[in-house]
Write a protein that binds this ligand. Sequence first.
Ligand code: DOR
Ligand code: ZN
Length: 344
Amino acid sequence: MNTITLIQPDDWHAHLRDGLALQRTVPDLAKQFSRAICMPNLVPPVKTVEEAEAYRERVMAHVPEGIAFDPRMVLYFTDQTSPEEVKKIKESAHVNAIKLYPAGATTNSDNGVSDIRKVYAVIEQLEEQQVPLLLHGEVTHHHVDIFDREKRFLDEVLSPLLQQFPNLKLVLEHITTSEAAQFVLEQGRNVAATITPQHLLFNRNDMLVGGVKPHFYCLPILKRQTHQQTLLEVATSGNPKFFLGTDSAPHSKNAKENACGCAGCYSAPTAIELYAQAFDQVGRIDRLEGFASLFGADFYGLPRNTNTITLVKEEQTIPTSLDYLDGEQIIPLYAGKTIQWRKV
Ligand code: DOR
Ligand code: ZN
């Protein structure tokens, strides 16, 4: 198969940032995807439906002429989030979910939830209203090894949470381990997961062998190859519990190539081609459409897109660098490397 036509994909997990960054991030994403879940970890975070509506307007102002793009908004869960805010999400036309970052887990997560048991009253509302809870699934205790943080989250936080709220609609975001994939497989249809292109294409050797490659550093961190293989298996299995979420997370070149480099891979400009590369590598390009274009919309209860995009099996080299902010640069994921698929 050298040409494939897909229903236009959606990105169910993307970081667009704010202000000048939107000049780069919004066109890059909107050229690929019809809809994107816009993550709320801005400074300050997007905590209310009102703030989410205002942020959406700022995003919309950067959508290029002639492109239809529908940003889907998410609130940032804090210790202060009220159950009433959940009702507002339910009534909102643009806000679809709430994102829980354990405090300190990743970029701009300082305002995240300090102890999930303290916010059970809000979670009860989420379950009742069937508003999806999006989870950054890592524990943050200093003594827990960074490679074990996702697994520990499953055991210590997620299992008890689902025992208490068995009908909670929940997306375990950017899963990185076989244990997480297995956990999701064992749950009902109310539990799903997103998978990034970097966790399908790479493993920790790509990041650490032959020198530290900061552009592969993201959170949750890349794991060993056996986990990468499991993620490829479930992503290409046709199981609707697993769908596309790039976690495209822009940081300037300076912020990444730094003594304390930021976490995040910027995949937005070629995300669908990177996924095509991953699916094709395991002979499953025919399963891309479900993962990229159908299962996420179904999970969120949104209509499937009707327009299509076409990908051709033709080499393209990913740019080594792109303009970002005012005079800065950003290094896209897999910069300077050649992949086999191109969106026409
Ligand atoms: O690598 C990451 N970058 N992981 C996250 O969870 C957040 C993101 C960001 O916002 O930069
Ligand atoms: Zn993210």
